[in-house]
Write a protein that binds this ligand. Sequence first.
Ligand code: SAH
Length: 275
Amino acid sequence: MTARSPRTPRFPLALDRLQAPARSRVGAAADELLRPQRPLQHAAQAAAQSSTPSGLGLDSAAVRQRMVARLREQGLRCEPVLAALGQVERHRFVDSALATQAYEDTSLPIGLSQTISKPSVVGHMLALLFEGAHARAHGDLGRVLEIGTGCGYQAALLALLARSVVSIERLRGLHDKARANLAHARRGDLRLVFGDGRDGHTLRAPYQSIIAAAGGEELPPAWIDQLDVGGRLVAPLQDATSGGQVLLVVDREPGGLVSRRLDAVNFVPLKSGTA
Ligand code: SAH
């Protein structure tokens, strides 16, 4: 990752001057956001009668291992990330009516028009963080800043991979939901913050890893300010060239900032303020 290709321009650069994304994976990512559909809602009503998801429970570890095996077959090779994906019970982070779909490679609604990302996208982004200089030197993600807690699933994964995690959510309803979801599973040093993640969280800065689950027109300056030397940021960003979002990777090297634009992605928008 330290080798700089022609697609790896140096900061500071106007973001709209950076290169267009690789086109080969545009189609693959186009359906990433799953919107709740009517049959799903009907299923939800029926399944809401039961609080225990059928087909899960004692054998959910086996179901998760099958998900991990599929992700490995698809090319995810980062062992710590695969281990974390095998450990965190994704079905506990979604509505019980959707729990039977929790280990499929699909995004799912989590309420308030937001979605939990597909496991393959989460795995890909976490693996990118693991290729940063700090993670390669230390074997963990260090101090992590996550923007967009959502239901808390990715925060639970991060808690297994980092020394500490600060996760920020701007919607009170989801912040509270994540707190409840993580109550049973709180591991390590994980702090949930209600606020506008565009400001980052100065109290624990600088961070060795920053990851966003929502994409805006531009990268909030606070994120770059709070990125440590040797640290890496992975975030979706609106791309002027394609009109869609791309995954942006920014490294703070000793000599300055280096950024690359990768795959086309489709995350929910990064919004301002709280609600
Ligand atoms: N990682 C989450 C994905 C949640 S979707 C999970 O595992 O469930 C992205 C989230 O980003 C949404 O909950 C949305 O409300 C939140 N978000 C959008 N803009 C934000 C901002 N400025 N600050 C904090 N959170 C934000």
